[in-house]
Design a protein around this ligand. Structure first.
Ligand code: PGA
Length: 256
């Protein structure tokens, strides 16, 4: 049995006023059974966390990235232990925007996941193919190499403590969502790949779908047997939409 997980990735969006409004709006909704987390830009993590605590909202905070280094002369970087200091629960690693704009290789993503685990936080490891890779029929080959790189460093059990996110690059921020069938096929493939190493971990692993998830398509996606929740970009900026997506995940029973 896996509990649904819905994570908001605010990317480089937000402000103090924005967070105030978002939290105020969210407090008017009823509690959901889904586990939820929001990953704002680094500078707002503490402010958001305090606002959530003040409002007695049970939403975790997380970060969108971390450094492969522990400390030292790495201008602009933020280490995993710093994120633990400010009470982050989750850290996203290997988002396609990091892979694309910051040239993060599979190896770097695996090192980041290791750093997150070393300090006791939970990684959300992103994998996903580009449109070109999909058109060339290479989706499974690409996501498998991204997954294997991480598994070979942290192992299946540690990955299962966090989450895996399948985010087809062509679906991120484009309004084009993978169909539930397309997403389920890849999610099942990913779970089977983990299963071949460690069946128990594969059963516990939450695999999130990301890429233009909205209140209108969330329920059908989360109804698929291997889709355990979502990594939500644009729609997480609207408290109402994020809540509706979290609710969609709470109405689904995840059975191994
Ligand atoms: P999107 O982003 O929901 O805006 O497509 C998802 C993500 O990049 O995590």
């Amino acid at each position: 049995m896996r509990r649904g997980l819905v994570v908001g990735n605010w990317k480089m969006n937000g402000s103090l006023d924005f967070i105030d409004n978002w939290v105020s709006q969210y407090t008017s909704f009823m509690k959901t059974n889904t586990e939820t987390a929001i990953c704002p830009p680094f500078v707002y993590i503490s402010f958001l966390r305090n606002r959530l605590l003040d409002s007695a909202l049970d939403i975790h905070v997380g970060a969108q990235d971390c450094s492969i280094h522990d400390d030292g002369a790495y201008t602009g970087e933020v280490s995993a232990s710093m994120l633990r200091d400010i009470s982050c629960s989750y850290v996203i690693v290997g988002h396609s925007e990091r892979r694309e704009y910051h040239s993060e290789s599979n190896k770097i993503v695996a090192l980041k996941a290791q750093k997150v685990i070393d300090v006791g936080l939970l990684p959300i490891v992103c994998v996903g193919e580009t449109l070109r890779e999909r058109e060339e029929g290479r989706t499974k080959e690409v996501v498998l190499s991204q997954l294997e790189a991480v598994l070979s460093v942290i192992g299946a059990e540690k990955l299962a403590a966090g989450a895996l996110a399948y985010e087809p690059v062509w679906a991120i921020g484009t309004g084009k969502t993978a169909t539930p069938e397309e997403a389920q096929e890849v999610h099942k493939f990913l779970r089977d790949s983990v299963k071949s190493r460690n069946p128990k971990a594969a059963g516990n692993l939450r695999i999130l779908y990301g890429g233009s998830v909205k209140p209108s398509n969330a329920e059908k996606l989360f109804a698929c047997p291997d889709i355990d929740g979502g990594l939500i970009g644009g729609a997480s900026l609207k408290a109402k939409d994020f809540y509706a997506i979290a609710q969609a995940a709470s109405s689904v029973e995840f059975i191994d």
